[in-house]
Design a protein. Sequence first.
Length: 384
Amino acid sequence: MSSIVSACVVLLLSVLCSGDEDSAAAGEIGQPRPGELHFGFITSFSRSASSYESSQAVPSVDLALEKIAELSVLPDNYTLSYSAIRDSQCDRQTSLRAFLEEFDVFEQWDYDNATSAVCQNGSLDSSSTRKKKKANIALLGCGCPSATEPVAEISHFWNIPQISFSSALSGFPLNQNYKYFQLYPSESKLEGPSILALMEHFQWKRILFITQKEEMFLNILDVVISQSESRNITVGNSEFRTDEDLSKNLFFEEEDYRVLVLNMYSRTAVKVICEAYKRNMTYPRYAWLTYGFYPDEWWTYRPPEGLPHESCTSDHLATLLHRKLIIQQVPHATEEQFESPTDTGLSPYQFNAEVNLQSSEYLVIASLAYDAVWTLALALNTTA
């Protein structure tokens, strides 16, 4: 078992074994039958304005649950499943609403039954008037960082362990207030050091970040700036809000930058490269860096309001991105490790064949989701 999984198990074990009388009373609402264990599952299905999607993890979560049952990881007569899949839409408010509804954190009263109970018995028995609902013991979620962070800030109030498998890919801001939150893998903010390593490899000394004002991208930028001075690399930054007029708020050409990073979501990046195409900022004069979590052929997306310039066809934008460099996390293992079965019942090779995902972007998220579910199962087995 890897050190990351071990650390996750220890954290979840401490949470699952803890709790006070108030939280225990809250958990009495809609308890499942003995042996049935459920966790909440919130992810990002909708590619809304952010274009960040982690729904490709669903098949690997199902595969993990299948293997956990097949290998009898949990004690006899216990099963593990998710109660439902909810879409966070990579949106803060939508994610919070999904969490509150899924975990039923407010007591739900059936007033029809309550009235009947009063009429028949002369008193109100609260235990018989609460709506019955499956209780979740943990949360897997919630997709992108902007949807995950607000839930992580409050989930500990109900002693709910939360595991996020996709937020780590985008510089999730770790905070001591996230008491029962586990980021999987625990390392985050990897894009920044990777970009600096690339700069050193090509001996580039100047780089411009074109940054969407979202916390995950500002975090990546902060990491780069904090480590750039010691490497004698000059970092410029052009920030913008999603609703701003990009033609007036981006200084692409100022100070003679030639290496540019699209530090933003892909659907916003389409608008930026359209503006750059209009200014003829193409290879070999300019080198563009993008993130590996962008979907395939992301430059073909067209926002409902259209692009800044009608001349930006998909072919034109593909020309601008010719020989772009992609910053991406990829699974790494020796050939022996790749073919050797793990504690989860599958070798990396067998896992890849099972999930059958062609995109390396999807494969990384799917593999992290698979391990995250196993982390929860191993923690539950330890508490038995």
